[in-house]
Design a protein around this ligand. Structure first.
Ligand code: HEC
Ligand code: HEC
Length: 494
């Protein structure tokens, strides 16, 4: 929703935009950094990987007798791709390492959520700059557009809306083309590598049934394995290191589109996007809120103003708990992000974050200004450059569906684009008291209770709808109780 727009000087846009681009600087030695994984995190990651392997194996069994319905075939393919570790450079990371069902399709490693906030890539020393969003409900985001009457950019996927959906007609499909070649995620040096790896998988035949025999009819160069086993990014001199004929390049690109569309098809399916929460059951007259949940819902829509951005629908609108616009709520920086230390070339010579400690996430504004980003699955529309200043520091309003879904009560989830918050109570307390409590001092024991750190950026920060809500402790708890009704998989009693 709209915040009062502060004017941002053009210099600030440029400064934010070049954060990733000024890449050549950096020390000569590969840095170990503080990004190495703790034993506790390694143990949990191993468990999640075993679960991913189990799901992939059992899903592959369905390929032998596939559904005869084409939409169901697409969904099955999408699931196989999402759980496929072979699509990452070191064959160790599926999409789902960062998006598992038991957490509502976001990060499944409690220890990482509690500590680093972000997740390691296929190259395990490289961490992303942001917390994984949920990928359920993502295909229902509108294609990114400018709403002139509201003065708002609306839609897209990613915190910064940069998967626009304008080329494939679906933001989530374009989103799925980001991670495979993102150097801090699945790390392939060329999108053709994802196609090559898929061509070697047992689901190849089903892919050809759905999308056509041409899909993998590609003459791969002899060195394709070696090229695809080398972590990206590619060099500027050879940006597409899998050397293909123009025709084969076109086929590989079309097949990559179809892989992405299959993934988005699965994400939109009833398995991932089911509208099966207690909230939905209550709306359908099949369940009743407790008194506390009901009070929380009333506050959510009233005094606490949450509904002005996390919309529960309206005439002709589904309750998505986001209005798909962008805001800056003033979330503090998360100093635990290993990304801040990724300022020196690693063993492969790559530095994800040359700005180091001074990195500030400029969100939607950086994308609109054409600034450097870690992956760019959708082209920037230069006609939107004028919207960049007003969107600096803003990120897309996340859906609150499944925001509390977790495998067991002590499991920690991270919230906000940088994972600064680690409980729903904390973020509600923040909305309530951001502007009412003093700034924390260094190592202040009251952080999160009696004081708050400075926002990561105050650019375009929303000051009209939050910060001093005057909620009591019990009212904060009621809002948390309401948000817990948004977890899918609720079974009405009786
Ligand atoms: C290493 C962790 C990681 C991996 C692997 C990963 N993601 Fe994500 N995912 C993230 C992060 C972090 C974000 C937010 C990134 C941003 O905003 O720049 C995200 C965002 C998304 C979103 C956007 C949701 C929305 O509402 O806008 C979707 C959809 C998604 N991921 C699906 C996928 C798919 C499909 C794959 C595999 C092709 C994948 N992810 C692989 C971490 C990961
Ligand atoms: C002006 C729009 C706006 C209002 C009003 C608002 N939010 Fe948010 N909310 C956002 C944005 C934007 C984010 C992402 C913030 C970030 O990443 O820094 C967010 C993030 C969240 C998250 C974290 C979700 C996740 O997956 O990381 C929760 C929970 C949340 N809001 C709950 C609430 C509640 C409860 C209220 C009312 C007390 C509220 N919001 C009011 C815009 C808003």
């Amino acid at each position: 929703m709209r915040a009062a727009r502060a004017l941002v000087p053009i210099a600030a846009i440029l400064a934010a935009g070049v954060v990733y681009a000024a890449c050549s600087a950096g020390g000569p030695s590969a840095q170990k950094g503080d990004a190495s994984l703790s034993p506790a995190a390694q143990r949990e990651i191993a468990q999640v990987e075993a679960e991913i392997d189990r799901i992939e194996a059992s899903t592959l069994q369905r390929v032998a007798a596939p559904p005869d319905n084409q939409v169901q075939q697409v969904e099955l393919l999408g699931k196989l791709l999402l759980y496929d570790k072979q699509l990452s450079v070191n064959r160790n990371e599926a999409c789902t390492l960062c998006h598992m069902p038991e957490t509502g399709f976001t990060g499944p490693v409690s220890e990482l959520n509690r500590t680093t906030g972000s997740y390691p890539g296929s190259v395990r020393t490289r961490f992303s700059n942001r917390k994984p969003q949920t990928h359920s409900y993502a295909p229902l985001a509108p294609v990114l557009h400018f709403n002139r009457a509201q003065g708002d950019m609306v839609g897209g996927n990613f915190w910064d809306m940069r998967a626009t959906g304008r080329r494939l007609g679906n933001p989530a499909a374009e989103q799925a083309q980001g991670p495979p070649t993102n150097p801090v995620e699945m790390g392939l040096p060329d999108s053709a590598c994802a196609v090559y790896r898929a061509s070697q998988r047992p689901y190849r035949g089903m892919f050809e049934t759905v999308w056509g025999k041409q899909a993998f009819a590609i003459a791969w160069p002899r060195n394709v394995d070696q090229v695809c086993n080398t972590p990206g990014p590619p060099t500027a001199a050879d940006p597409l290191p899998v050397h293909l004929s123009p025709l084969d390049r076109g086929r590989a690109a079309a097949t990559f589109d179809q892989m992405a569309q299959s993934i988005a098809g699965y994400e939109a399916s009833a398995e991932v996007t089911p509208f099966s929460s207690k909230y939905d059951a209550v709306q359908g007259g099949k369940a009743k809120f407790t008194a506390q949940e009901q009070a929380g819902y009333a506050l959510f829509r009233g005094k606490a103003r949450c509904n002005e951005c996390h919309r529960d629908g309206g005439p002709g609108e589904e309750p998505m708990f986001t209005d798909f616009t962008a805001s800056n709520i003033g979330t503090p920086a998360n100093p635990r992000l290993p990304y801040y230390a990724e300022n020196r070339p690693d063993a492969q010579g790559y530095a994800a974050n040359p700005a180091g400690r001074s990195y500030v996430d400029g969100g939607v504004g950086v994308f609109l200004a054409g600034g450097a980003v870690l992956s760019r699955p959708s082209a920037v529309d230069a006609r939107w450059a004028g919207q960049a200043a007003g969107n600096m520091g803003r990120v897309r309003v996340p859906t609150l569906r499944n925001v509390d879904k977790r495998p067991y009560p002590a499991f920690v989830k991270a919230y906000g684009h940088n994972g600064y918050f680690t409980s729903l109570k904390a973020i509600v307390h923040y909305y309530n008291t951001r502007d009412a409590l003093p700034r924390c001092k260094a190592n202040d024991p009251g952080e999160g209770k009696t004081c708050w750190p400075a926002p990561e950026t105050t650019q375009n920060m929303n000051t009209s709808k939050m910060g001093r809500l005057g909620l009591t402790d019990a009212e904060e708890d009621a809002i948390v109780a309401f948000m817990k009704t948004l977890s899918d998989g609720f079974t009405p009693v009786g």
